[in-house]
Design a protein around this ligand. Structure first.
Ligand code: AMP
Length: 287
């Protein structure tokens, strides 16, 4: 069975469980404290700390892992990113105290102490920028370090920026963008059978990710308006047009559209004489 390491707590836990379930895989025997659960018939989920997942996959304790791209990069292990799962979005950023006279990393003096739980990424980042800072590794809550006199600068994960603001800090540079990812070992090292299993899982997860911001739109429209309707509904390969039994001058059109385009598309279809308009979520989308 293919073993997938998944976060057992923290902000990536719920979305990663939801994602595999939306892909049609059910957990069996999952309980608060269990360390593993069967996932469908072919996979075994191992619940471990998000930080440990890159090591577990690299060492072969798991075949695949779901964790943050930041943690994969920090581990320095040669893992392959199979899929961007598009949740847990954040950025690793350099931040300074509001009142400090620093507006970019060029203003950071040599020897400045930098608190971070990402020492490897930070070291590479400052070295590439030609800055010789002094790293102060912390295991979390780097944002209090400047107030304790432990460091002048931090490198930490930011999503909305509200934690920085609350702590009187200001972002001056982005080190990397991150989100949850599916990772595995380079395929060359695996058996054909394992590669095929991994591909099936990657495809299924990708179909869920792809469907998330899409909607399926159905409407009845006058046949005479079809040219304009095609402009409104580009779809994946143009809208599907279906004759309606006894429909006369009216046809049904179906199309996949972006969630963000739905408002304008429906308003336009109504102007064109569209009726019976239905918009639904899509569970999975494989082109
Ligand atoms: P956790 O187990 O809750 O500490 O999960 C940490 C992971 O969640 C990080 O490694 C990031 O990949 C992701 N993440 C997304 N947004 C944030 C954020 N604002 N702060 C910390 N981690 C975040």
């Amino acid at each position: 069975m293919i073993r997938i390491a998944m976060p057992n707590k923290g902000r990536l836990t719920e979305p990663s469980r939801e994602l595999v379930q939306q892909a049609g895989l059910a957990f069996s025997h999952i309980s608060g404290r269990s360390l593993q659960a069967k996932l469908g018939d072919r996979f075994l989920a191992l619940f471990v700390r998000a930080n440990d997942i890159p090591e577990f996959v690299a060492d072969g304790a798991a075949d695949l892992g779901i964790t943050g791209r930041d943690l994969v990069r920090e581990s320095g292990r040669p893992l392959q990113e199979l899929l961007d799962l598009e949740f847990g979005r954040c950025r690793l950023a350099v931040a300074v105290r509001d009142e400090d006279d620093v507006s970019s990393i060029e203003d950071i003096a040599d020897g400045t102490p930098v608190a971070t739980s990402f020492p490897a990424i930070s070291e590479a980042f400052f070295a590439a920028a030609g800055r010789r800072v002094r790293l102060v590794p912390v295991s979390g809550a780097a944002e209090i370090a400047p107030h304790l006199g432990v460091a002048d600068i931090i490198v930490d994960l930011v999503s909305t920026g509200s934690t920085l603001k609350t702590n009187g800090l200001r972002e001056v540079a982005t080190v990397m963008e991150s989100s949850a990812v599916l990772v595995g070992r380079p395929a060359a090292a695996e058996s054909d059978e394992a590669v095929a299993q991994v591909r099936d899982l990657t495809d299924a997860l990708e179909s869920v990710v792809r469907a998330k911001n899409k909607r399926y739109l159905m409407a009845n429209v006058p046949r005479s308006a079809l040219d304009e309707v095609r402009q409104v509904l580009p779809g994946l390969s143009g809208p599907t047009i279906i004759d309606i039994l006894n429909g006369g001058d009216v046809v049904a059109v179906h199309a996949v559209i972006g969630h963000a385009e739905a408002f304008e598309a429906i308003a336009r279809l109504r102007q064109l004489g569209g009726t019976g308009i239905l918009l639904t979520k899509i569970e999975r989308l494989s082109p």
